[in-house]
Design a protein around this ligand. Sequence first.
Ligand SMILES: NC(=O)c1ccc[n+]([C@@H]2O[C@H](COP(=O)([O-])OP(=O)(O)OC[C@H]3O[C@@H](n4cnc5c(N)ncnc54)[C@H](O)[C@@H]3O)[C@@H](O)[C@H]2O)c1
Length: 433
Amino acid sequence: METREARIGIIGMGYVGLPLALLFSGEGFRVTGFDIAADKVEMLNSGRSYIVRIPPEAIEQARKAGFSATADYGEIASMDAVIICVPTPLDDHREPDLSFVVGTVKSIAPHIHEDQLIVLESTTYPGTTEEIVAPLLESGNPAGLKVTRKPGDRGVHVVFSPEREDPGNDSISRNDIPKVVGGCSTAAVELAAAMYSAIFRRVVQVSSPSVAEMTKLLENIYRCVNIALVNELKQLCMRMGIDIHEVIAAAKTKPFGFQPFYPGPGLGGHCIPIDPFYLSWKAREFDFRTRFIELAGEVNAHMPYFVVEQLAAGLNEHSKPIKGSRILVLGLAYKRDIDDLRESPSLTIIELLRERGAIVEYNDPYFRQVGQGRHYALNMTSTPLDSIGSFDAVVIVTDHSSYDYAAIVRDARLVVDTRNATKGIDSPKIVRC
Ligand SMILES: NC(=O)c1ccc[n+]([C@@H]2O[C@H](COP(=O)([O-])OP(=O)(O)OC[C@H]3O[C@@H](n4cnc5c(N)ncnc54)[C@H](O)[C@@H]3O)[C@@H](O)[C@H]2O)c1
């Protein structure tokens, strides 16, 4: 690791894996990216990018430093370290879907070798690394390799290290985000610490993979619960005629014991709406109910419905029903200035409005077109903003910074603002919710 001779394989060239591959490459490692998506492999090998905030030049630069992508798991055998960054979604019953992790581990098991480091970065419930990953690696390799568990053991070293990226947040460099690592053995955790300290200024070693897995879930549940709290208080404040944003701005002047969270149209992204339910599922095995998680989930899941109610009330003032009204949804991404719409509240809001008979269009500078995903079928094209005046209402769901909110309010007939994006603009056309 210190001499950068170690070869690093990263499995899953998505929002987590690709930036990580570029970071290691930038530090002088020869990196191989593995992905089952043939189009991604092809794009990377021809120096192209499919993630907006990663410019093609960054891929090209990494390629010059030896980076390449492949779908061939046989190449795992020539890696010294393998980092798994595949999806961990929920299934249709909102239970953990570990099929990507299991599929990956089964595919690499025949190719692993002694002293290799295998790290799982995908967010998951405590126990996954020790109860699923390690046994599958042991049972799947013909050489009978074992996972190291105590000092002196020979075999493959297995670690869990959660990803802590915050897409779109440029206030902190990735290297300054401490990296938590928990291994099946001391040797494993020390090896992982040596690897990650090439990138991260601080590596935090914990006593087991389960502690590292739980750390990630605590971080995300903390956000989920606090967002639910402000979403609930926002609804109360609206009834009481109090501006929740003014309250939060005042509360955050307290120099200790308070961290601001902001209300919105509901949760989005691959993490906060999903990860907490990995824990509530696992908790059932221990005959335990995670009531905070369930309550937060309930409050947050209701938010898109609340937005639609507020829109209906706004249209009512114009003597219009939702049915037949033309509605423009601003922003598909789940948060500002990113090109990721996974679990975005916009998708639910569009679906609810369509069910109620509205004619819905959207605008999002990051999505010129949108087709079908696992949970949605939009098949729409982004509507230019110059037609705003022809819509009965505009709903700001994502507060992209490229939008000119004063112009939007000026041109629209009715604006439902779920993000406080029109702060400071005084107009009777605005419904803030
Ligand atoms: N996106 C984030 O901001 C973020 C932040 C923290 C943690 N995470 C966690 O990181 C993990 C990955 O998330 P992501 O956002 O990068 O997902 P993603 O969907 O962007 O990328 C996953 C990639 O894995 C590939 N893949 C799936 N199965 C594979 C297999 N068997 N072999 C090889 N490649 C395979 C997919 O084709 C895809 O390119 C998840 O567990 C997520 O919860 C994500």
